[in-house]
Write a protein that binds this ligand. Structure first.
Ligand SMILES: NC(=O)c1ccc[n+]([C@@H]2O[C@H](COP(=O)([O-])OP(=O)(O)OC[C@H]3O[C@@H](n4cnc5c(N)ncnc54)[C@H](OP(=O)(O)O)[C@@H]3O)[C@@H](O)[C@H]2O)c1
Length: 251
């Protein structure tokens, strides 16, 4: 099935590397224009240049999506320079892996803010421009840890489980508008977020032992799934969460 997203504008937070970059590549190949958001300007520019070199259209909007004022500024710049987006992928997120007793309040809060509060702020900024157009797509990057958990992940599991609830509630608010809202729950993918685990032979072996398919996810597999969820064909899928985890949560 060929997916055609030409004429669509997509905002991707955390579009400077990892899963965000992979989704940007996939959506751009399907014809969408991309507004890429992250804090590191140089890495954003590198992704933008890659998309443009492949014949796509893309622009960068640097800023911190946990900061209400910066989100308002980014939304104003995107709307002015590119128009109102029909697609929003709330992908920015961070992780702090520590046991409960070693966590500071700031560390706990930072993980909640980067996944959950940022999704609220960015959605609130862009949803008004998605109304009245009979088509819109919001994807929130949840996690297999929205469904199961691991020791040392209280902040991340809390953020991603709450994000699943946010996804369902917003889907109900926007269903009559033709705007779908879904989660993508990845299992382990070999991005920078997971380098510490991948480069620790014992932790890596432990992860692989839990993966029925016997390998880490490939980022382009997330790109393809995001592209499908953005297609017209996926208009009946809303308020749910697609787990893409090599079978981790099936056990
Ligand atoms: N990789 C996995 O296995 C996996 C599994 C389940 C869920 N996920 C989720 O998928 C999403 C992407 O993960 P990833 O593996 O691609 O992570 P990553 O490689 O660490 O990339 C994270 C992205 O988010 C951006 N970001 C982080 N905090 C931000 C902030 N406050 N404001 C703006 N941008 C911010 C980063 O750019 P800057 O640092 O430059 O801002 C970067 O572009 C995350 O939500 C993650 O929790 C990943």
């Amino acid at each position: 099935m060929k997916i055609d997203l030409s004429g669509k504008l997509a905002v991707i937070t955390g579009g400077s590397r990892g899963l965000g970059e992979a989704m940007a590549i996939s959506l751009s190949a399907a014809g969408a224009s991309l507004a890429l958001v992250a804090r590191d300007k140089n890495r954003l520019a590198a992704v933008r240049d890659k998309l443009i070199a492949s014949g796509g259209q893309a622009a960068c909007f640097a800023g911190d999506v946990t900061d209400e004022k910066q989100v308002a500024r980014i939304a104003a710049e995107v709307n002015e320079q590119m128009g109102a987006p029909q697609i929003l992928i709330n992908n920015a997120g961070t992780n702090v892996r520590k046991h409960l007793v070693d966590l500071s309040k700031a560390e706990f809060q930072s993980v909640i803010d980067s996944s959950l509060t940022a999704t609220f702020l960015v959605s609130r900024a862009f949803v008004p421009g998605m109304l009245g157009r009979s088509y819109g797509r919001i994807i929130n990057m949840t996690s297999m840890l929205s469904h199961v958990s691991l020791p040392g992940r209280t902040p991340y599991s809390s953020a991603k489980t709450a994000l699943l609830g946010f996804t369902r509630a917003l889907a109900l608010e926007l269903a009559a508008e033709g705007v779908t809202v879904n989660g993508i729950s990845p299992g382990p993918f070999g991005t920078e977020m997971n380098h510490a685990v991948m480069h620790d032979p014992q932790a890596n072996a432990q992860f692989l032992a839990n993966l029925p398919v016997g390998r880490w996810g490939r980022v382009e597999e997330i790109g393809a799934l995001a592209c499908f969820l953005c297609s017209e064909t996926a208009g009946f899928i809303t308020g749910t969460d697609i787990v893409i985890d090599g079978g981790w949560t099936a056990k």
